[in-house]
Ligand binder design. Structure first.
Ligand code: NAG
Ligand code: NAG
Ligand code: NAG
Ligand code: NAG
Ligand code: NAG
Ligand code: NAG
Ligand code: NAG
Ligand code: NAG
Ligand code: NAG
Ligand code: NAG
Ligand code: NAG
Ligand code: NAG
Length: 802
């Protein structure tokens, strides 16, 4: 493809002779485009127009402007035939900036255009089909990296000279119309990363000149249509990350020119067809993350041209054994055999792959030590997580300047980290969780200036002094479940977003330097020995979403200022020595008011499956691990196990996003405010072990999501409310040790209810008898029904989490 573009560019430059002059109407259109784009950018502060258009002055020949190419095929008339208008707007992709499609209107008047590149410009809205249809001479159209939405207009498919069409990375939706089959000259079609769905139209088979078909990361479903086998010129077929099912066509070898066959991340079943062996030019075979089964065929090893082989994440088996004599004919740069049932030592034939840059052997049953030969290969990405490796890491591994990802979590590696670890200063991701590593973190690690994610959790690392990460990019840090001691370290980068230090031996009080983490979203210090009060200065970290201080020795009251942190969604201060009252300002916690429902994602470079930084919370009487990706759908407030006194603030009822409220094991007194009935999202409500009096407010009947309730060990009296989920809250232990609760849930007759005539042990009022009869029989069934609902919530968490 690159060749084709180059050719086209050369052609265009050839056509553009120096003597060309710009037609007035084209100049006018371009100036109009510049001025309307500038106008839009000026409404946003600090968004400069990229310098490409600096040369666009009314006084000069537009054929001499940057990004503009004219033809002068005939001496008289020259015309603008190509516009390179990509990346004119320099903003981050999450920027709220909107460039409307209307800025393009002047350009659609330049009917001589053969090439138009408007990629990466934040353009938003539907593709203006009618206007685009004016550009009938288009050969090359690039629109990627904008925010175009709606379906692809039919007019695009009538651009009959079109050879190159790239609309990747937009928000295009709907089905891909069969009209696409009219683009008979098309050589490249790229629609990656949109929201297209439905089946891939058979008419694609009409695009006889197609060399590249790339529909990655959409929602296409159904089979791989057989008409694709007519695309004789096809070199690249990339259908990764869709919902395609069925088997890989056994006649795939009809596409004899294929260099890339990428079908990973679908639901393809069956085995790897042997016809693939006949694809003599195949360089990339990406079949990972499907449900393929059967054996990994031996003939793969004789495919000379193969460079990238990705088979991981299927149900394939490896029956080749660890044959020492296996001599593959390929020279791979990428190899993924994750979850392929590999056993024993790392296959030795991998050592013959001198150009290897990416190796993923995770989720197998490999054992033995980290081979010295692998350390000497200078591989860029090494993923050996979830195996049974042991022994220490060879220092040679860190002499590599290529190493950028090292993921060895969940093995049985041990020993200290090599002192020279910092020599590998290209590492971006270092994940060593759940091993037996010990000793201090080597000081040299602070030389790894590219380090972005550091996960050393669940090892036996120790030490009091931390290397300084000042000035590094390090943003995600998990050191939890180790044996670190000393004060809470603050030697990390100002860029830190996640800081997990739980389950160590940290002591002392909160250091003021914590406030330098002005981007911190997640601070977890559970199970340490932190003393002193929660300082007001914590509220200066306004980005804080998760604050977990569970099980320390923190004293004093929960300061009002904490309730000013508007992004706070999870606050767990349980199991400390907190006293005093909870201010009514608790109802101001905005992050707990909005119903969280979006799944936040870690940055896009986490392309392989990782488990990073589970947050452990007390959820419905047991510990639940939430992965950092799913955290954003949760909102918790846990004040349990302290000595907090006073009344339950009425304003708590405003926190409508809360899924969990636990104030148990405190010294709360007074009534349960009826405002708790406004906690519409709450699934788990624990008020037990306090000194609450009065009756349970009937408003609790409104809690539709409630599945766990505990009001035991208080001084409550009166009737347990009936109706809604309250009918299913029938565990007697949830009401035990109060001062006279009654109700059907605990089979205790209320004083105001007469004995039912002739019924043994009943306590229903006569007029309610029929309705209640039903309840007696249904409520256990109902209980099960709701439990299923709860399980599905947790299921979603794990589904999205990993
Ligand atoms: C498209 O072409 C028609 C007919 O030549 C013209 O009237 C119209 O203004 C053009 N549209 C744009 C956006 O330039
Ligand atoms: C989109 O495709 C699906 C599946 O191929 C089909 O059932 C549906 O009718 C199509 N919708 C439209 C609007 O064409
Ligand atoms: C494959 O590629 C070769 C050379 O690039 C070309 O000559 C041939 O026509 C293509 N098509 C088939 C079906 O071989
Ligand atoms: C994987 O294959 C084995 C047998 O080969 C089968 O028992 C198992 O159910 C399969 N697993 C999945 C997820 O298909
Ligand atoms: C892990 O390695 C240690 C020695 O470092 C050994 O005692 C232990 O048995 C190993 N555990 C497993 C599960 O292999
Ligand atoms: C806190 O930060 C300042 C500078 O930012 C530094 O001089 C000081 O040593 C730090 N204190 C501690 C206890 O780390
Ligand atoms: C609290 O933390 C200590 C270690 O700091 C641990 O031993 C203890 O089990 C934890 N308690 C609870 C209830 O988790
Ligand atoms: C909380 O914010 C309010 C208004 O933003 C401010 O008036 C108040 O002083 C803050 N409270 C604390 C304790 O910081
Ligand atoms: C915290 O409370 C526990 C028991 O409630 C007590 O044993 C401990 O001494 C207290 N710690 C501090 C630092 O006050
Ligand atoms: C509330 O917190 C206490 C103590 O932290 C814990 O034992 C209990 O299980 C929690 N309640 C619920 C419903 O999770
Ligand atoms: C609980 O609060 C009452 C006042 O409401 C106080 O008298 C009592 O000492 C407190 N108990 C504890 C254990 O803090
Ligand atoms: C009720 O109180 C008694 C005595 O304090 C205790 O043994 C029992 O466990 C409590 N029951 C419940 C369900 O909390």
């Amino acid at each position: 493809m690159a060749k084709l573009i180059l050719l086209l560019v050369l052609l265009l430059i050839f056509l553009a002779s120096t003597s060309s002059t710009c037609p007035l109407d084209h100049k006018k259109a371009l100036l109009q485009f510049k001025s309307s784009l500038t106008k839009i950018l000026n409404t946003y502060s600090n968004v400069p127009l990229v310098s490409v258009m600096d040369s666009w002055n009314p006084g000069s020949d537009c054929c001499l402007w940057d990004g503009v190419i004219c033809s002068s095929s005939s001496a008289k008339s020259s015309a603008v035939i190509a516009l390179y208008l990509n990346s004119l707007v320099l903003v981050e992709s999450e920027s709220p900036m909107v460039v409307p499609t209307s800025v393009l209107m002047p350009i659609f008047g330049i009917k001589t255009l053969m090439l138009l590149d408007i990629s990466f410009n934040q353009i938003q809205g539907e593709i203006p089909g009618t206007e685009l249809a004016n550009l009938t001479k288009l050969v090359h159209l690039e629109m990627m990296g904008n925010k175009f939405s709606g379906s692809i207009p039919q007019q695009v498919f009538r651009l009959k000279y079109l050879q190159y069409l790239d609309m990747s990375d937009n928000l295009l939706s709907g089905n891909l119309s069969h009209g696409v089959g009219a683009l008979r000259n098309l050589r490249t079609l790229r629609l990656d990363q949109n929201l297209l769905k439905g089946s891939i139209p058979e008419e694609i088979g009409n695009l006889e000149k197609l060399e590249e078909l790339s529909l990655r990361s959409n929602g296409f479903e159904g089979g791989i249509m057989s008409s694709i086998l007519y695309l004789k010129e096809l070199k690249v077929l990339d259908l990764r990350d869709n919902l395609l099912s069925m088997e890989i066509p056994s006649t795939i070898d009809m596409l004899s020119n294929l260099t890339t066959l990428a079908l990973g991340g679908n639901r393809l079943s069956g085995g790897i067809p042997s016809s693939i062996e006949k694809l003599g030019k195949l360089e990339t075979l990406h079949l990972g993350r499907n449900v393929l089964d059967g054996e990994i065929p031996l003939w793969l090893f004789s495919m000379k041209s193969l460079k990238n082989l990705v088979l991981g994440g299927n149900n394939l088996t490896w029956n080749i054994g660890n044959v020492k004599t296996l001599a593959p004919k390929f020279t791979l740069s990428q190899l993924s055999l994750s979850s392929c049932g590999l056993k024993g030592e790392i296959p030795h034939w991998i050592s013959t792959q001198k150009g290897l840059n990416f190796l993923d052997l995770s989720e197998n049953q490999l054992e033995g030590t980290f081979p010295q030969w692998l350390a000497e290969m200078d591989v860029g990405t090494i993923i050996l997580s979830d195996n049974k490796f042991s022994g220490s890491l060879p220092p040679r591994l860190f002499d590599s300047l290529s190493l950028s990802v090292l993921a060895l979590s969940r093995n049985n590696f041990s020993g200290e980290l090599p002192k020279n670890i910092g020599d590998a200063n290209s590492i971006m991701i270092l994940m060593l969780a759940s091993n037996q590593f010990s000793g201090e973190i080597p000081q040299s690690i602070s030389n790894i200036y590219r380090l972005l994610l550091l996960d050393l959790s669940k090892n036996r690392f120790s030490g009091q002094s931390f290397p300084s990460f000042d000035g590094a990019f390090l943003a995600y840090i998990d050191l939890s479940s180790n044996e670190f001691s000393g004060e809470i370290p603050t030697t990390f980068s100002d860029e830190t977003r996640i800081l997990s230090l739980g389950d160590n031996k940290f002591s002392g009080s909160f250091p003021r330097n914590l406030t330098k983490f002005s981007q911190l979203q997640h601070l977890d210090l559970h199970d340490n020995n932190i003393k002193g009060e929660i300082p007001n200065f914590l509220s200066q970290i306004s980005t804080l979403e998760v604050l977990v201080l569970r099980n320390n020795s923190i004293q004093g009251s929960v300061p009002e200022s904490i309730f000013n942190i508007s992004s706070l969604r999870i606050l767990d201060v349980s199991n400390n020595n907190l006293t005093g009252k909870i201010s009514d300002r608790v109802g101001n916690l905005e992050g707990m008011i909005e119903t969280p429902n979006t799944i936040s994602s870690l940055p896009g470079f986490f392309t392989f499956s990782i488990e990073f930084n589970d947050l452990i919370v007390n959820w419905k009487k047991s510990k639940l691990g939430l992965s950092s990706r799913s955290l954003s759908i949760y909102s918790f407030l846990d004040l349990s196990k302290n000595q907090i006194s006073g009344k339950i603030p009425v304003s708590l009822g405003q926190l409508k996003g809360l899924k969990l409220l636990n104030i148990s094991h405190n010294n709360f007194s007074g009534n349960i405010p009826s405002s708790l009935g406004d906690l519409q999202s709450v699934e788990s409500l624990d008020l037990s072990h306090n000194r609450l009096s009065g009756s349970i407010p009937p408003t609790l009947v409104r809690l539709r999501e409630l599945s766990t309730l505990d009001v035991s060990n208080n001084m409550l009296t009166g009737k347990i409310p009936v109706g809604g989920q309250m009918d299913t809250m029938a565990d007697p232990a949830s009401y035990a040790n109060n001062s006279g609760l009654c109700g059907m849930q605990i089979h205790v007759l209320c004083a105001d209810q007469g004995p039912p005539p002739g019924a043994e042990g009943g306590f229903r009022r006569e007029e309610e008898q029929d309705a209640d009869d039903e309840k007696w029989f249904l409520w256990e069934g109902a209980g099960i029904g709701y439990a299923v609902g709860l399980l599905s919530t947790v299921g979603i968490v794990y589904f999205f989490g990993y």
